[in-house]
Design a protein around this ligand. Sequence first.
Ligand SMILES: C[C@](O)(CO)[C@H](O)COP(=O)(O)OP(=O)(O)OC[C@H]1O[C@@H](n2ccc(N)nc2=O)[C@H](O)[C@@H]1O
Ligand SMILES: Nc1ncnc2c1ncn2[C@@H]1O[C@H](COP(=O)(O)OP(=O)(O)OP(=O)(O)O)[C@@H](O)[C@H]1O
Length: 270
Amino acid sequence: MILRANCKINLGLDVLRRRADGYHDLETVMFPVRGLFDEVEVLRTGGAGAELRTEGIAVDCAPEGNICMKAFRLMRDRYGVDGVVIRLVKRVPFGAGLGGGSSDGTAVLKALDTLFGLRLAEEELVARAAELGSDTAFFVRDTPQLCTGRGEVMTPFPLDLGGMTLVIVKPAEGVSTREAYAGVRPRMPEVPLAGRLRRPVAEWQGTVTNDFEESVFAAHPAIRAAKEELLAAGALYASMSGSGSAVFGLFDDPARAARLRERTPFVFAL
Ligand SMILES: C[C@](O)(CO)[C@H](O)COP(=O)(O)OP(=O)(O)OC[C@H]1O[C@@H](n2ccc(N)nc2=O)[C@H](O)[C@@H]1O
Ligand SMILES: Nc1ncnc2c1ncn2[C@@H]1O[C@H](COP(=O)(O)OP(=O)(O)OP(=O)(O)O)[C@@H](O)[C@H]1O
């Protein structure tokens, strides 16, 4: 079976506190981006083990370290599923804060659930996904969610951005999630994110913020410049996504957004 593993953007991201387990509690709204996705195909071989075949963007880790293989091993150890070929067509940039790897991992969990007839309940899939990462749980639902805890605790956050155009720019340099968390200064916002996001998009700039921007922009001026470029081009709202380095802009004028097609291939009507 073939699944589309779409990516996500973060609409606001508050890092609230560092936890005893080394993770951070955060509050963010994750929003699926349907137009930018990896393809994940999983086939049963009838044998044992898993083989990963990759196409497209080359991920900077060995096949055994690919999250698709981690997802397979997790499901094999837990439910005894075995014998697959996984074909990954990688289009979502990594080191981007777009959750591409997380989405691939969750796609493999879902595919194995279906192919082997496990019929896991959603909450069980969420629990397995949370063992793989923090963004992975979101992709089980893949609809706008207010994510709390270390990112794996979800509440639906219906948000209609229909009519808007989304432009994503991925600066050449990447940022690893670990690097971003190492530089962040946790803090409690005066008004919780959900309240600020319920205001019109035109009021978001300056109120809906991403706590990783301060330290990431200081270390990578090109990422700040990319965000400023989107605002100068007419974005109503622009922000870094997750831990970066991708930045995105929301445009209410499709023509202004379309002018950025020379700058980036990632221009999508929402
Ligand atoms: C920045 C976000 O993309 C926002 O959506 C996510 O928080 C990142 O989630 P992710 O890529 O799934 O990250 P994980 O693979 O779980 O964790 C990578 C590393 O990031 C740090 N980490 C991650 C999530 C979190 N809530 N607190 C953390 O401190 C930890 O050092 C961890 O070892
Ligand atoms: N299928 C995959 N796709 C992308 N990266 C992967 C994959 N499997 C393992 N990785 C590893 O994860 C790293 C990307 O993690 P990082 O947190 O920097 O990126 P990200 O853009 O925030 O995306 P994600 O949320 O998917 O991890 C890559 O550098 C790579 O070593």
